[in-house]
Design a protein around this ligand. Structure first.
Ligand code: C5P
Length: 242
């Protein structure tokens, strides 16, 4: 029998704040409504590994969203340093060589899960075409997800519009992590390929990354709890339909 999915373990809250003080203050407001915390470029650049430890000491799992993209040796060695920090998730760009290098680098730390970023969720067709690709976004996302599955990544990062196509191409053995999630009627900010929590999970997303809708809420804890509730409903419906 398939085991129940607990939505609270599938919500990754982006701690997109400038420094440790604001991070601590947001974590204080979130209390235990959140278990997985994403540390991205802004906070890691200002605080470095000490912020990882601070979040871990609060009993949270850490997702280090550094989106590595460099030559193999550099990605491999940087991933080994991330593995030393004991974090759960790390992002790299979904290029075959980059993903291989990251998997090489994490060898000593089997708990570290490598997530491959397919096409950033703030990109639309024009952005992709400007990069020289004649493919549609869905084609690019699927090709990169196939490569990620081939190489042996734990999962991919893709918008909530693509999981169906990804599942058809690679089956169930790849976790799908979806940013660009907004509640019905909310501001989409700079995100281009946006979905609601229910839509993303109905499409097949396994984890949702949510930043501003929680960080900027009057009551971040209540916002996180409402999102977890919506996610739980969608996961339960999905399990019931299997
Ligand atoms: O505030 P918002 O919910 O848009 O935040 C989304 C978070 O997910 C940001 O921290 C952003 O860096 C990250 N992200 C993304 N798109 C990707 C990968 C990560 O928006 N493809």
């Amino acid at each position: 029998m398939l085991s129940k999915i607990y939505a609270i373990d599938r919500l990754m809250v982006a701690l997109d704040v400038p420094d440790a003080r604001s991070a601590e203050s947001l974590l204080d407001r979130l209390q235990d409504s959140v278990r997985v915390v994403k540390i991205g470029l802004e906070l890691f650049t200002s605080e470095g590994p000490t912020i990882v430890k601070l979040v871990q000491d609060q009993g949270k799992q850490v997702f280090l969203d550094l989106k590595f993209f460099d030559i193999d040796e550099t990605v491999k060695r940087a991933t080994a340093r991330v593995a030393d920090l004991g974090v759960e998730f790390l992002t790299v760009h979904a290029h075959r060589k980059t993903m291989h290098a990251a998997l090489d680098g994490k060898r000593a730390q089997p708990e570290l899960k490598i997530l491959a970023v397919t096409v950033l969720t703030n990109f639309d067709l024009k952005d992709v075409q400007e990069g020289g690709s004649a493919w549609s976004i869905a084609e690019l996302v699927v090709a990169r997800a196939k490569a990620a599955a081939d190489v042996g990544c734990y999962g991919v990062v893709a918008s909530g519009q693509e999981p169906n196509a990804i599942r058809q191409a690679v089956g169930q053995n790849l976790a799908i992590v979806t940013p660009g999630v907004r509640l019905v009627g909310a501001d989409t900010h700079d995100q281009a390929r946006v979905t609601t929590p229910s839509q993303a999970i109905e499409q097949g997303s396994d984890y949702l990354v949510i930043g501003r809708p929680i960080r900027d809420a009057d009551d971040p804890q209540a916002a996180a709890q409402a999102i977890v509730m919506e996610m739980q409903g969608a996961f339960d419906r999905r399990m019931a339909n299997l």
